[in-house]
Design a binder for this molecule. Structure first.
Ligand code: UT7
Length: 326
């Protein structure tokens, strides 16, 4: 139980997407692929792609401004800003620092978390610890990505999967139940199955873009993801002595509809209780869970007092879950 029954509660959510829609049919023009293959194997129909002059921080800023507008909260009253991202604007300063300045926030702690597609769950977990301990009262937690910047548009195994976007939640300390528990894990032993194998310290390659691109053994990642997400769901329910029937909504990472369906099946949840955005967003990495959460809240499907199970799996491997009383 948290100190003095102090919980972090979600005060407001927000999101932002680039305007440009790229459909499966658009990809048929440039790749040896088909709309049928992409829809049947992934559930994706279209994704958003940011233009060169729209960055991860731009998308994050738009989503955060929406949160402040919706909540009426003054950015200066926020004590902590964490951005989950694998595609920061710069090597440094962090995207969180750039964002803090743009939003006119005071000198609160601001940092990025890189946990690939689990970045938002990791960031949420860190923010929740700060609020539970009483160290901060309000925290802004962002998942924002421009992953299409590091896609090899000649590789049909990855190019059809990813999209850009940002999602955010504003958390506040409360006596009322909110985030019930968070769980984060990693296993670096599988690093080579999903990675971008260049960087500042290891160096870049003598090829366009320095060789910066997503490399993925999709089939192997798929099998580990299904198995691991099954385990994290069990762990989360057990930690709260909760039965799967008590979960009102599953809000999963949006990588592949078949992975989402496998987790829903494990929970005996009908797909009507699962928030699915993968068909229109593709895989937006760190942004995928908060984008889905914002859509669920904005469409009035998720109601106050309901139990939400958020989960994600990504490169590293990293994975995590959060159980939230909304
Ligand atoms: O967010 C981080 C975590 N990431 C994930 O969770 C992604 C996990 N992986 C996946 O979602 C799936 O593995 C993919 C969607 C990436 C691939 O689906 P799959 O059912 O595992 O296909 P596969 O890789 O086993 O490939 C089956 C066939 C192959 O052809 P052959 O060898 O059977 O002739 C591929 O070359 O499909 C082919 N293929 C494609 N065909 C048309 C692969 N990509 C494409 C494509 N269009 N885009």
């Amino acid at each position: 139980m948290p100190n003095n029954m102090q919980f972090s509660r979600i005060i407001a959510t927000g999101s932002a997407l680039p305007e440009k829609v790229v459909t499966n049919h658009d990809l048929e023009e440039i790749l040896d692929t088909s709309d049928t293959w992409i829809r049947e194997r992934t559930g994706i129909c279209e994704r958003r792609v940011a233009p060169a002059d729209q960055t991860t921080c731009d998308l994050a800023e738009e989503a955060c401004r929406q949160v402040f507008e919706r909540s009426g909260v003054d950015p200066k009253s926020v004590d902590l800003l964490i951005v989950g991202t694998t595609t920061p604007d710069l090597v440094f300063p962090s995207t969180a620092c750039l964002l803090q300045h743009r939003l006119g926030m005071e000198e609160c702690g601001a940092f990025d978390v890189n946990a690939a597609c689990s970045g938002f769950i990791y960031a949420l977990s860190v923010a929740d610890q700060f609020i539970r301990s009483g160290a901060v009262r309000r925290a802004l937690v962002v998942g924002a990505e421009t992953l299409t910047r590091m896609i090899d548009w000649n590789d049909r195994g990855t190019a059809v999967l990813f999209g850009d976007g940002a999602g955010v939640v504003l958390l506040e300390a409360s006596d009322e139940a909110g985030v019930l528990s968070t769980h984060i894990h990693a296993n670096g032993g599988h690093a080579n199955l999903l990675c971008a194998d260049v960087g500042v310290s290891r160096g870049f390659k003598n090829e366009p873009g320095g060789g910066l691109k997503v490399l993925m053994s999709g089939n192997e990642v798929f099998r580990v993801a299904v198995r691991t997400l099954g385990r994290i769901v069990d762990e989360t329910l057990a930690a709260n002595s909760m039965d799967k029937s008590e979960i009102d909504w599953l809000i999963p990472h949006q990588a592949n509809l078949r992975i989402i369906q496998a987790t829903a099946k494990k929970l005996d949840m009908p797909m009507e209780r699962v928030i699915v955005t993968v068909h229109k967003h593709g895989n937006t990495s760190s942004a995928s869970v908060p984008l889905a959460l914002d859509e669920a809240v904005s469409s009035n499907r998720v109601k106050r007092g309901e139990n939400l199970l958020l989960e994600a799996f990504g490169g590293g491997f990293t994975w995590g879950a959060a159980l939230i009383r909304y």
